[in-house]
Ligand binder design. Sequence first.
Ligand code: SF4
Ligand code: SF4
Length: 637
Amino acid sequence: MIILLVALAVSVYRVIFLIRCLRLGKTDYRGGFGWVKGIDRRVISLVGYVLGQVKVYRGDLYAGISHSLIFWSFVLLLPEVFESVMMGVFPDFSLLRFMNSSLFYVYKFLQDFAGVMAIVGVAMAFYRRYVMRPLKIENTKEAFSILLLILLVILTMFGFSAASLSIHSDALMMPVSRLLAEALSGLSLNTRQTLYQLFMLIHNFVLLFFLSYLVFTRKHLHLLTAPLNVFLRSLKPVGEINYLDLDSEETFGAGKIEDLSWKHLLDLLCCTECGRCQELCPAHLTNKPLHPKKLILDLRENLILSGKAGKSKGPPLIGDDLPSIPAEAVWSCTTCAACVTRCPVFIEHFPKIIEIRRFLVLTEGKVPRDVIRVLRNLELFGNPWGAMEKYFNYPTEKKEKSDLLIFLGCSSLYNPRVARVSLSLCELLREAGIEFEIYEGGCCGDPARRLGNEYLYQLFVRKNVEKFNGCRAKKIVTICPHCYNTIKHEYPQLGGVYEVIHHTDLIHQLLESGKLKTAKPLNWSVTYHDPCYLGRYNNMFDAPREILKSIKGVRLLEMERNRSNSLCCGGGGGRAWLEEQGQRICVERVREAAVLPIDKIVVACPLCLIMLGEGLKEIEKEETEVLDLCEIVKRSL
Ligand code: SF4
Ligand code: SF4
């Protein structure tokens, strides 16, 4: 009883502290009853991602099996935990009070089964940590002690049930416990009774120590917080950046931990330290100062320190001393979403980075020179290059009946290579007999927003929304996944709700309907590079591949990292226009393509086109051409 009360008091004390940490954060739309919206999807997430452990298997089957075995045994053993703790207080307590005898019989079998599962899971985890030693995980004392504690809980549970079976002549089907009970049968009744008391005491002690230690741990706190985080996960499109009300806030973005929302703070208490987020992070893979797992762990330390110090007294978010984040890390992110989509507990890494960028740009004005250059170009020239000469030139007469509006973003207008892609699209549409209007919109606002200048972003949006609203055509076509994503998912925040279609989908539809026919065989081996904003952001993986497969003579070879595991080209998040220190991301990507016997790299994004082209130049493989999907289709007509 005393042990139970002490464990409860200690745990409650810590939980109150953790809640106080979360209360430092700003409001979030999931607060109050906000979480009720989408409750069906939330429950499905809970079942699939927590009970089903679906994401845990992705990319690391061994770790997934080990984790699932431990997790499922933990769930199965919850009634046993309850029974054993209650027996410590009321010796006659039994689960039979809550179950009929058949269910009790089944449960006791499952209890033994779960114990074996846990031992296998823990053994696999030890083997992985201390023999396999994957680079993405650190062997901390905490991880070791938790695994040891789980093992002790299970071993003492078996000892307890074996001693019980050796005293009472229950006909329970508990194969492991029964085997152990037989080993005890040679002992006197008195000794077995003493062992029974001893095992119950040790089992309960270890159990209660384990449960109260959990709330003090960093990594293993996720056992309690992760299900909550999965339930409260964002149901918005991947990477949708929050609207910032520029009129009502005094400071913009996040400079202190309390400038993040409580949901962002809850994220920090959920990290399992599994390292999945870093496996495909282009910044981390090319040795930039950004390391998504470390970002979350440092922010977590910042939160704990801020919780102890009190509001506004914690360390700043940006700085050179831990647990602050170095500014270079914040500017290294390409917003590729590999971290977010990989994280098994739905932690949102780069939306936090965008909040910090907003602070640096809008509140502090502490911005690297090349970021200032890009933002100034956007402001003065409407494009990140600061270009004045337009390269797109397509003769169109005003079409009265056209339903399609081609939105030409800054790269289509001001980059000669991308302008050729837009021309190809126009020619394909003419070939298919489709009427369309063209809007030379310039920037959609994406680079300004991702670089933290929400003010500039909103100016671009308002200008474009006004134009779109005045157009007869109601379907907007873009060749750029960044424009596509922003107009489709983020313009509604400022009242612009439109049907948006990426040219990949449009071409796919035209080929399917027979309005476009590919006839000329090309005899090329190609690989397709999935643009992050099309693939991971908008789940468009199949249409580009189907287009390529429909062209005679084209052999599609996949790079090792493809579809949702694709590696970013390095151009998102405004990075296409910033200087890149050290190893270039685009080089890392084209090197992967270059191991394949290919003639062309096919893309569906202007930034990928530019970046991969630069990468090929750097590795002196310029004989391999980078083509946009609509160019390859045009050549096959
Ligand atoms: S969004 Fe991409 S670049 Fe940014 S932290 Fe995540 S994985 Fe790394
Ligand atoms: S942030 Fe997510 S993916 Fe990264 S280490 Fe933590 S739990 Fe794993």
